[in-house]
Design a protein around this ligand. Structure first.
Ligand code: MF3
Ligand code: CO
Ligand code: CO
Length: 255
């Protein structure tokens, strides 16, 4: 069941979404060679709790940490640990906060030190895929428009789209309907109605689309060990367009 939010409910989601985006902005300068993902976790955890919010991943279905950190060929749901970041790594940091009764969810893939050519390519293509997906969202358009746009951009760049994980409705629950597939056909799927709030979060691989799970039961990696990158925003559909609730920079502002 897709929960349609009122304009007031969407306003009530704005603070948690803004906080999640602020965490990403705050953590960016800490992402340096020599830092551990546990240190990044602890800095984010303290920032989130100091803001009066809760880090949604912590204890979510048994997830043991407050953020997800996915390095290089790790696709998503990497668990912060004593692993030390090295020059040339790429790392996705996925932040979800719970505040005022609502979740907000956003992620970004960062370079550690100087980008490598392959790292640069996959991070750029993944960001462009998110942008292509968001640009395809129109009130009374279709869910399939989003996935079709993402898949077309990935293919044009000879990259692949992970199919096992998708974007999701979000609100009082971390993961709600609908499932927002990052592949598909334009004009198909649910009608995008004002009041829907969901994430778009394509996982894009430099090699093939296949994934496998690590023994920790959480970390998802590419089967062929190729690099993978991901970006995520939470957005609301309004009567006139979209409102990207985790966009601090006005990157997707109308006009
Ligand atoms: N933030 C992730 C998403 O975008 C979900 C993480 S679930 C966790 O949906 F348990 F791994 F934290
Ligand atoms: Co999400
Ligand atoms: Co997320």
């Amino acid at each position: 069941m897709i929960v349609i939010k009122t304009p007031d409910e969407i306003e009530a989601m704005r603070p948690t979404c803004r906080l999640a985006a602020q965490v990403l902005r705050m953590i960016a300068p800490h992402i340096q060679p020599g830092v551990t993902t546990q240190q990044l976790n602890d800095i984010c955890h303290d920032y989130i709790t100091a803001a009066g919010a809760y880090p949604s991943p912590l204890n979510y279905r048994g997830f043991p940490k407050s953020i997800c950190t996915s390095i290089n060929h790790q696709v998503c749901h990497g668990i912060p640990s004593e692993r030390v970041l090295r020059e040339g790594d790429i790392i996705n940091v996925d932040i979800t906060t719970y505040m005022n009764g609502y979740h907000g969810d956003t992620s970004h893939t960062f370079h550690v030190g100087k980008p490598t050519p392959k790292g640069d390519k996959i991070v750029q293509v993944a960001k462009e895929c998110l942008d292509a997906g968001i640009r395809a969202v129109r009130p009374f358009g279709r869910l399939g428009d989003i996935g079709a746009a993402i898949e077309a951009h990935a293919r044009k760049n000879r990259c692949s789209v992970v199919r096992e994980y998708c974007g999701h409705g979000i609100g009082k629950s971390f993961h709600e309907d609908p499932a927002v597939l990052h592949y598909g056909r334009a004009g198909e799927g649910e009608i995008l109605r004002p009041g829907m709030v969901f994430t778009v979060e394509p996982m894009i691989n430099l090699g093939g689309p296949d994934i496998k799970h690590m023994p920790d039961k959480w970390t998802v990696v590419t089967k062929d060990h190729s690099l993978s990158a991901q970006f995520e925003h939470t957005l609301a559909i309004t009567p006139h367009g979209i409102d990207v609730l985790t966009d601090l920079d006005g990157e997707y502002a109308a006009g």
